[in-house]
Each structure stands twice: as structure tokens, then as C-alpha cells.
Ligand binder design. Structure first.
Ligand code: ADP
Ligand code: MG
Ligand code: MG
Length: 883
């Protein structure tokens, strides 16, 4: 088999299509090289080897060494230098790169091939001794950390000591001799810590680095990143070995990162940051403040350091041309890494840019407008879940707020929360249900779990491409970065700016759209959903076949859902209307009534209330379908539990409190989830559903009379297991209908259906469909009853299941297609066999989950129904399922 793929000098083995084998980075480099763009020559060892290495006790397969040696010679030929040559050594980087992009999560070693001899050769060949030893000390530290497992701090503390002793502040002030001394100190650290001298043989260095980079697939932050992003653990990483080019070769050299369009706003401008005389991670590490790429950005940021455009106009022009060419070729917004060595441009990485949802929408819509992509591609490019971020609030511009500090607007959205200073605190707080803002000087991949747990992130150092900014944008979390006036005191648990101090636990608000940090919780404003969002959603709607309804019980929610594009109500939980504080008393009287007459009296008072509720919903939905579900929860949920409440109710009803307590006890259940609820209530308390049906039908009559629009009414029965149950309830519904006809001369049209939320119902679907005209899958209960897991009790053990990988995802969030999905498939087939045109819908949480929606679309469902804020997500997911 071929394990090593070469690139460079205007050609390449493999390209973008080989991402699985070459990893995203290797594939991108090969593609750029094949396009004839300036890429330092190199080769990529395929992902299978990375996987093999980890599966076989960190051993390489036989034959790999020969392929690598040959490829290394190939690099040497193109670069005109040989690896290990003491006079003019070829140096390489050893870079990680998985098929799925995992930015910064795995390791990379730079300047490999340097030793006591070759460093002298590099100094001579480059004519720059300071540069040679600066590179060598970087290499010793990187190799020490990544390959030998030594702490960065070991090296950095000693460097600080030396600077202190010399009275120096900036790295730039160190001379060649200083760096030479630093190299000796660093080698000493390696010897001291590992009892072995720093490896001098370039070959040993190379294989050590290759192995370490492969092993970095399993470092804790890579594992955490994969877990958070749903990336499988099996793939392994490819390793790219590439000739070094040097951005640290003096003032005509530089290194930088750029986006082909603005990653926050999506505006079509080349946008990025660079540092002159710098290497590798210097730009994103936050240790020096990076400079703007373009003059325009420099003017906007008011930066005093020159832009790349003005500092190195020729190299900038080359880069702008390459960026444009690459964007056309990839037909996507790109994130580029480049280095300029003595005025000459080299491309080091290309990948699709992480972008905010705003930028994603704008670029998708604009690229379709430019003819770069089709509308279907534009629709397919937006991750449905990210739309929820758009619904994130921003700070009300009318509220000036109490400004504590300002930073960079690194990731949009506003959030308030209590200040924490460590990722672990953030995680603990989330577990306790507290909202926090994570405050760091700068973040590193080790902080990712805390960033995930926090509502927002604030850093005091680092630019718009700093780790914090990039990761926050990917997560869709508000982030303010580089708020330089803030001083954090971790020991004291405080931060100070402008003479004011904020303590751990104090509430602040950050606005990642403006960069503001405010004291206290500030009023937030809901976003406007127009422009690019509206356009893309309009395009999405032309593709989908699945209708999107919403689960709502109140007029306010119904209105919001229509604003988000809901095409009806798929679930109205009528009991939620009972909880309203004005009517709970009547509901309780109804439940506590001891005579039929007393119950009838309470129900008679509830009837007009329910009628008003339903009328409001019908009016808002204006002819769109509305599914009313009969009373579902067990009655004891409505009774008071506290002594004071019981006493109050007893007084109001003129009965002794003991009676209420006795009734509560009588209704109490060991396992309410499987208890006296759903259709079982309708069977024992016929007068309750009679009232609900009358209220529903009369409301529809009222609205039809007032608006002239027919109400598209569906009535469904929860928790049904058998046709016998359903038939009995339908009979009672028809009796209630007959009463309405007697009283009003007619009744509105309506359809009867059932929920499918018990395994037995799914299996008996063929029978149920003989009476039911529609099925609504209640996937929350169906998941509970299929797994035999009570959702309310699941958290403690479900988390363990997920951590151990015993379940691919939380089955209450994403449909378990193998088990629950199989029941749904069976029910669908059997239902259709009886009634080919049976209407099928979903009204559980899963109706708003993109992966589940894909599944329901595949079964040819008519609609999914979800909470109002998920409606845009569902519309887009349904479109993608159809594309
Ligand atoms: P990551 O996956 O974390 O982005 P990279 O492999 O891209 O890691 O390496 C990090 C940085 O190291 C790059 O952005 C680039 O600046 C620098 N780098 C890597 N390879 C080379 C090289 N051959 N020459 C010069 N710089 C390099
Ligand atoms: Mg990179
Ligand atoms: Mg249910």
C-alpha cells in the first residue's frame, strides 16, 4: 500500500478528494501545490498509519521508514537542501491533521532537524545567527514539550529568569548570544528532566515527532473536542512533514492568518492578522499583539502598527491574489495560514473558515448571488442548529449600561452571568445550573471544557484570531477578547479595570458584537430576523416537503412561532392552560369535588376559560392546522403540596384541609409517568374531556363565525395503547359534538387522531389506524417507554452512559433510530397499510432536532412540530433533508 503522499514544486500526489486519508491539512496543502501556488514541499503520512500506530503499541508498520526516507529526499530535491546537512540543513515541520478539522487540538513541531551542528550551518547559510539560535531554542522547547512531555513552564520560567537578569523585557531585545545561551539552558532542562541528552540525530528527532504527533490524537483536549463536536474517536490523524519557511528571518519576514471574508460579519473583504519577524503560533498565542492585514482594517481598529498592505505591499498583493484564487477554487470562505520569508510568500494551510452564523448566512447568500454556489448549496451550508444563535439577544442599544472595560468583538451575542476565573469553576457552575462568564487572560485548548460550560468568554489578551475568539465563534458563544485594561488576579479571585474591582461571583454582561464589558445584568434585546436570514429561509422553504408546526399553549408563543414561520400547531397541551393562576383554583375544585354536581359546576366554570384560550390560538393560526391534545398529566400534579397553599384552598372551598390532604394521598402514585394519565384520565373522568371537547368545538365555531376562515382542527388522545381505548373516547367525543350541534345548530369540522407514545401503540398501529385519521408520535414518552428510562430520573446515569460511549447521543435530544426509530417505522408501515393516506407527524423534542428530522423526512412524514425557537432550525433541516 502507499502510505506517503508527496507535494511541492507545483504538483502533488492526491488532493482535496483524499481528505479521509491525507487529513484536511494534508489534502489542502496537496491541492494548493497542484494548483501551482507557493507551498513549501512536503509529504503526508496517511491517517491509517496514525490509527495503526495507536492500535499497535506505538509501532510503525514495516516499510514506512523507506517510504518516508524517499519522500524526505524528494523534499530535499525541491528545496535544494538536505535533511541533516551540517552546512545548509533542510528543516521541517511535523504537523498533525485529521480528516475532521480540529483546530489547535493536536500537536505540531517546528524547526525539526536542528542540532548543535546544523544550527551553525543554518546561521551561516542564512547569514543570521540570531535567527538560527532563536529557531533552535523554539525547537528544543517544542520537542521537549510535545515529544518528551515536559511542561512549557519549565522552559518559560528559565527564559524569564534570563531576561530578568539581563534587564530585558521583549524577546526582540535578545541577541544571538542570548539565544545561544538559552539553547544551552534548554538542553540542560531536557537532560535534567529526562536523564537523557537532547537528541541530536535528525532522524531520531523526526521519528520521535511523527510518533508524538500521531499520539496527540488521544490527548485530553483532542478527546474533549471530539466529544463536544460529535467527531468519532477511531479515525486517527495524518502527519504532514514539510520544509520549513521562516517568518522569523528579520523584518522582511512575517507570519499570519487570514480569512477570505470577514468571519464575524461575512463582509467580502480580506481580513486577518500578522506579525513581522515571527513564527508559527506567535500570532494566535496572544503574547504579541498582532497587526492588521489591510489598511482599511487598520483604520477601523485605529491600530498604530502598520498593516501588511503598507509594510510589504508586494507580498500582500501576492497573498490577496492567492486568497481570491483559492476562494474561487474551493467555492467557500477560507481560513488561510501564510508565512513571508524575506519578502516571498508561502502558503501553509487552507481550510473552510469557521464563521459566525451571521457571516455564514451572509456569505452563503452572497456567494449564491455571485454565482459561486447554487441556492441549494447555500441552503445546505448552514448548520441548522446554529440558527438558534441568531435568536440570541443583544444588548439593548437604548441602555447605555455601566461600562467596566472594552475589548474586541470576537464572537457576537450578549450574555450575563457570574464571573469565574477557571474552566473547572465554569463546569461546576453549569452542573449547578448557574450562568457564568469565564474570564481568562487568554485561553488555550485546555480551557475548552470551561468555555463550553460558560455563557460567554472574556479574555484580557489576544486578537480576533486568538484561541478564545476562534473557539467561541465555533461554539456560537459570545466572546470579548483582548480587553487589555483589565488586570486579573487569579489568587484573589478578582479583576480590576479603571480603578474598579469585580470579584468572583459578581454579575457582568459581555457583548461579543461590540466588545463591551458591563457591570451587572443589562437588559437584552431580541434580534430582528430579516435580511440574509429571511432570504435563506425563503430559499430553504422552496426545497422542503415536510411541514413545520410548533408546540405551543399560549397566544404569545403562538404568535412568536408564526413569526419564525410555523405552519400550524402540532401540539397544544391543554393542561398548561389549567396551571394559569386564575384558573388553578377552579381546576382544584374540579379535582376535589365529591359529587358529580359539584364537579359539573367547576367544569362549567372552566369551560368558558378554555374556550377563550382555544379561540385565541385558532385566530392566530388563521386556518393553519391546530392539534389539540386532551388532558394528559395525572391529576395530583394540579393539587397544592405546601401546607400554606392547602390551608388557603381549604378556606376558599370551605372544607377542612385534611380532606385535601386525603385526596392528594389518594391520587398519589408510585410511578406517575406510567400512572393514571393520558387516555386513562379520559376513561375515568368522562366529564373532563366532555368539557374540553365542547370548549374546543365552540371556540372553533366562534372563530369561524368571526373570521369566515375554517379552523383546521385536529383532536388527539394521549398515551393510547389499544383501539378499544380509542374507540371509547371517540364515542364520547362524538357525544360531546352532538351536544354542541343541539345547542348551536352545527359543529365545526375536525379530525380525530391518536398519539403514538407507547410501544404497544406502535405495534398495534394497524388497528389504531382503523379509527385514527392521523398519528402524532410523542417521541419523548415513546423514548421513555421504549428504553424504560424515566426522563426525569435519567440525568445521573445517562451522563455516565454518554461519557462511556454506551449511547451515541442523549436519546431524549436525538432520536434513537435503532430502537425507538424502529418502532416508529413499524407504526408507520402498519398505519399506512390500514389507511394509506394517514397523516403522520411528530410532536416530541425530536421534532426540532436536525438528525431526527432527517429520519422523519425519510419516512415521508407530513410534518414535525417543535418549540417556537426551533422552528427556523426545523425549516432548514427539513430543506436539507430534501436536497
Ligand atoms: P494547527 O493544526 O494547530 O493549526 P499547524 O500544523 O498548522 O498546527 O502549525 C501551526 C503553525 O506552525 C502554522 O500556523 C504555521 O504558522 C507554522 N508552521 C507549520 N509548518 C510550517 C512550515 N513548514 N514552515 C513555517 N511555519 C510552519
Ligand atoms: Mg494551522
Ligand atoms: Mg406524552
Amino acid at each position: 500500500a502507499k502510505w506517503v503522499y508527496a507535494f511541492g514544486g507545483g504538483s502533488a500526489e492526491g488532493g482535496l478528494a483524499d481528505k479521509e486519508r491525507l487529513g484536511a491539512k494534508g489534502a489542502g496543502l496537496a491541492e494548493m501545490s497542484a494548483l501551482g501556488l507557493p507551498v513549501p514541499p512536503g509529504f503526508t503520512i496517511v491517517t491509517e498509519i496514525g490509527k495503526h500506530y495507536l492500535a499497535n503499541g506505538q509501532a510503525f508498520p514495516e516499510g514506512l521508514a523507506d517510504e518516508v526516507a524517499a519522500a524526505l529526499d524528494g523534499i530535499g530535491l525541491i528545496a535544494g537542501r538536505a535533511f541533516g546537512d551540517a552546512n545548509d540543513p533542510l528543516l521541517v515541520s511535523v504537523r498533525s491533521g485529521a480528516a475532521a478539522s480540529m483546530p489547535g487540538m493536536m500537536d505540531t513541531v517546528l524547526n525539526l532537524g536542528l542540532n548543535d551542528e546544523t544550527v551553525e550551518g543554518l546561521a551561516r547559510a542564512s547569514g543570521n545567527r540570531r535567527f538560527a539560535f532563536d529557531s533552535y531554542r523554539r525547537f528544543i522547547q517544542m520537542f521537549g514539550h510535545i515529544v518528551l512531555g515536559l511542561d512549557h513552564a519549565l522552559f518559560e520560567e528559565r527564559l524569564e529568569d534570563l531576561k530578568l537578569a539581563r534587564g530585558l523585557v521583549l524577546d526582540a531585545e535578545l541577541s544571538a548570544g542570548d539565544w545561544e545561551e538559552v539553547c544551552d539552558i534548554f538542553k540542560g532542562i531536557v537532560l535534567e528532566e529526562t536523564d537523557t541528552a537532547f537528541p541530536q540525530a535528525p532522524d531520531a528527532q523526526l521519528w520521535g515527532a511523527i510518533g508524538a504527533v500521531m499520539a496527540s490524537w488521544n490527548n485530553p483536549r483532542a478527546i474533549a473536542y471530539r466529544r463536544i463536536n460529535g467527531i468519532g474517536a477511531e479515525a486517527g490523524t495524518a502527519v504532514t512533514v514539510q520544509a520549513m519557511v521562516f517568518g522569523n528571518l528579520g523584518e522582511t519576514s512575517a507570519t499570519g492568518v487570514a480569512f477570505t471574508r470577514h468571519p464575524s460579519t461575512g463582509e467580502k473583504i480580506l481580513w486577518g492578522e500578522f506579525l513581522p519577524n515571527a513564527q508559527g503560533e506567535d500570532v494566535v498565542s496572544g503574547t504579541r499583539t498582532p497587526q492588521d492585514l489591510t489598511e482599511r482594517a487598520r483604520r477601523e481598529t485605529g491600530s498604530e502598527t502598520p498593516s501588511l498592505e503598507s509594510l510589504m505591499p508586494a507580498a500582500y498583493a501576492d497573498f490577496a491574489a492567492v486568497a481570491d484564487r483559492l476562494e474561487r477554487h474551493h467555492r467557500d470562505v477560507l481560513d488561510l495560514e501564510f508565512t513571508i520569508e524575506r519578502g516571498r510568500l508561502w502558503m501553509l494551510q487552507v481550510r473552510p473558515a469557521k464563521r459566525t452564523i451571521r457571516a455564514a448566512l451572509r456569505t452563503a447568500v452572497e456567494m449564491a448571488g455571485e454565482g459561486l454556489i447554487s441556492r441549494a448549496e447555500a441552503v445546505a451550508r448552514i448548520e441548522p442548529r446554529t440558527l438558534e444563535q441568531l435568536l440570541h439577544p443583544t444588548i439593548d442599544p437604548d441602555d447605555s449600561g455601566d461600562i467596566f472595560a472594552r475589548g474586541l468583538p470576537a464572537s457576537p451575542g450578549a450574555a450575563s452571568g457570574a464571573v469565574v476565573f477557571t474552566p473547572d469553576e465554569a463546569e461546576t457552575a453549569r452542573a449547578q445550573g448557574r450562568k457564568v462568564i469565564l474570564v481568562r487572560v487568554e485561553t488555550s485548548p485546555e480551557d475548552v471544557h470551561g468555555m463550553h460550560a460558560a455563557r460567554g468568554i472574556l479574555t484580557t489578551r489576544g486578537g480576533m484570531t486568538s484561541h478564545a475568539a476562534v473557539v467561541a465563534r465555533g461554539m456560537g458563544k459570545p466572546c470579548v477578547s483582548g480587553a487589555g485594561t483589565i488586570r486579573v488576579d487569579f489568587k484573589a479571585g478578582t479583576m480590576t479595570a479603571g480603578g474598579r474591582t469585580i470579584h468572583r461571583g459578581d454579575i457582568i454582561t459581555i457583548d461579543g458584537g461590540t466588545g463591551l464589558v458591563l457591570v451587572g445584568a443589562v437588559p437584552l434585546r431580541e434580534p430582528e430576523l430579516s435580511g440574509d436570514f429571511a432570504m435563506l429561509m425563503q430559499w430553504a422553504d422552496t426545497f422542503r416537503t415536510l411541514k413545520i408546526r410548533t408546540n405551543v399553549d399560549t397566544p404569545a408563543d403562538a404568535r412568536a412561532a408564526r413569526g419564525f414561520g410555523a405552519e400550524g400547531i402540532g401540539l397544544c397541551r391543554t393542561e398548561h392552560m389549567f396551571f394559569d393562576h386564575r384558573r388553578i383554583a377552579v381546576v382544584r375544585e374540579m379535582i376535589l369535588a365529591e359529587t358529580t354536581a359539584a364537579r359539573a359546576d367547576a367544569l362549567a366554570r372552566l369551560l368558558p376559560m378554555q374556550r377563550t384560550d382555544f379561540a385565541a390560538l385558532f385566530e392566530i393560526m388563521a386556518g393553519l392546522p391546530v392539534t389539540i391534545r386532551l388532558l394528559d398529566p395525572p391529576l395530583h400534579e394540579f393539587l397544592p403540596t405546601g401546607e400554606a397553599e392547602i390551608a388557603e384552598l381549604a378556606a376558599a372551598m370551605g372544607i377542612p384541609p385534611a380532606r385535601i390532604r386525603a385526596r392528594s394521598e389518594a391520587l398519589a402514585e408510585a410511578n406517575p409517568m406510567l400512572g393514571h394519565r393520558g387516555v386513562r384520565l379520559a376513561i375515568s373522568f368522562p366529564e373532563i374531556i366532555e368539557m374540553q371537547i365542547r370548549a374546543t368545538l365552540e371556540a372553533a365555531l366562534d372563530v369561524e363565525a368571526a373570521s369566515g376562515l375554517a379552523v383546521d382542527l385536529e383532536i388527539m388522545v394521549p398515551l393510547v395503547a389499544s383501539k378499544a381505548e380509542l374507540d371509547l373516547i371517540y364515542e364520547r367525543i362524538r357525544a360531546a359534538e352532538a351536544q354542541v350541534v343541539r345547542q348551536h345548530g352545527r359543529a365545526p369540522r375536525y379530525e380525530l387522531g391518536t398519539m403514538i407514545e407507547l410501544p404497544r401503540a406502535a405495534l398495534a398501529a394497524g388497528e389504531l389506524a382503523r379509527t385514527a385519521r392521523f398519528f402524532s408520535f410523542g417521541t419523548n414518552d415513546l423514548t421513555q417507554t421504549t428504553f424504560g428510562i424515566s426522563r426525569d430520573d435519567a440525568a445521573p446515569f445517562l451522563n455516565a452512559y454518554l461519557a462511556l460511549g454506551l449511547m451515541p447521543a442523549d436519546p431524549f435530544a436525538t432520536l434513537d433510530q435503532e430502537g425507538v426509530g424502529e418502532l416508529i417505522r413499524i407504526a408507520t408501515e402498519r398505519g399506512r397499510a390500514t389507511r394509506p393516506d394517514i397523516k403522520l407527524g411528530v410532536c416530541g423534542e425530536h421534532g426540532g432536532d436536525p438528525a431526527s428530522i432527517q429520519f422523519f423526512a425519510g419516512l415521508g412524514f407530513d410534518y414535525v412540530s417543535c418549540s417556537p425557537f426551533r422552528v427556523p432550525v426545523a425549516r432548514l433541516a427539513a430543506a436539507q433533508a430534501a436536497i
